[in-house]
Design a protein around this ligand. Structure first.
Ligand code: GUN
Length: 280
């Protein structure tokens, strides 16, 4: 029987800490959230982030743009938000429509306002251990490990997935915390042989039920980042077969209620941090 890592409860604690700290600033922190198009999932994500801001004493402004907005128009909006002294954080919800180059848009955000920590300057600072804004999902996972007394020092951390948002930065934070890191991805041969070596297994592949019970070593810490949705029942489930893996693991995150709320809480911490450093 594994210990369930309760991301929802920990995220609530972190959000109340953000609210308290935000209340002490001379000016309320402010997030500008940019949403292009009408993708239903993106709309829910942005609405949830606005709600989180409200709970944390952070102002949020929403900039909705039509699916057909040009890249130049979007870059001009970002330039305006960069220049706006009342805006502390800028978040452009991804994915963007195909005619817009995501890289150009991310690179246009002022790194000091880049609360997703996607800008190459912030990626470089994270890799070299000098970041003040950390990528939300990996940093949320590090916080959860700390809360449950799990030290990465000397452990073998195996990461499945190499996305810029989760897998890659996750490995860097783990390396900075003195773990030995192995990256796996869709071209990895004999995935199971590697996942079985993990003391800490972090799965962010977006492949429903990829990790079965036989792929996990007894006593491992298993972190499931995925949010897959069953189209029939509408229920969410992860990349890990929870029913098979939970009896073997020492610690495991539920889906939902594990990593997701921690990602959202870390975004609030980043907005607070960006605002603090801009107000000091
Ligand atoms: N789309 C999926 N995840 C994210 C995220 O963390 N930030 C942004 N801006 N868009 C996303």
């Amino acid at each position: 029987m594994a210990v369930l890592m309760d991301g929802k409860k920990l995220a609530e604690k972190l959000c109340s800490e953000v609210a308290e700290a935000a209340g002490k600033l001379a000016r309320r922190p402010c997030l500008a959230a940019v949403l292009v198009g009408t993708d239903p999932a993106s709309q829910i994500y942005v609405r949830n982030k606005e709600r989180d801001c409200q709970k944390c004493g952070i102002d949020s402004r929403r900039y909705d743009r039509d699916e057909a907005v040009s890249e130049a128009e979007l870059l001009s909006l970002i330039a305006d938000l960069n220049a706006d002294d009342t805006v502390d954080g800028i978040l452009v919800q991804l994915p963007l429509p195909e005619h817009i180059c995501e890289r150009n848009v991310i690179n246009a955000i002022d790194p000091d306002k880049d609360v997703d920590a996607f800008h190459p300057i912030n990626v470089g600072k994270m890799v070299t251990g000098q970041a003040h804004l950390l990528p939300c999902t990996p940093a949320g996972i590090m916080e959860m490990l700390r809360e449950y007394g799990i030290s990465p020092d000397g452990k073998h951390c195996v990461i499945v997935g190499r996305s810029n948002i989760v897998g890659r930065p996750m490995g860097m934070l783990m390396l900075n915390a003195d773990a030995t890191v192995t990256y796996c991805h869709r071209r990895t041969r004999d995935l199971a042989a590697l996942t079985r070596m993990a003391d800490i297994l972090i799965v962010a592949a977006g492949c429903p039920r990829l990790i079965t019970g036989d792929m996990v070593r007894s006593g491992a810490v298993v972190i499931d980042v995925a949010m897959n949705r069953d189209s029939e029942t509408g229920r969410f489930f992860g990349d890990v077969c929870f029913d098979e893996v939970e009896p073997k693991a020492a610690f495991i995150t539920p889906v939902p209620g594990g990593v997701g709320p921690m990602t959202r809480a870390q975004l609030m911490r980043n907005i607070l941090e960006a605002s603090r450093s801009r107000q000091s």
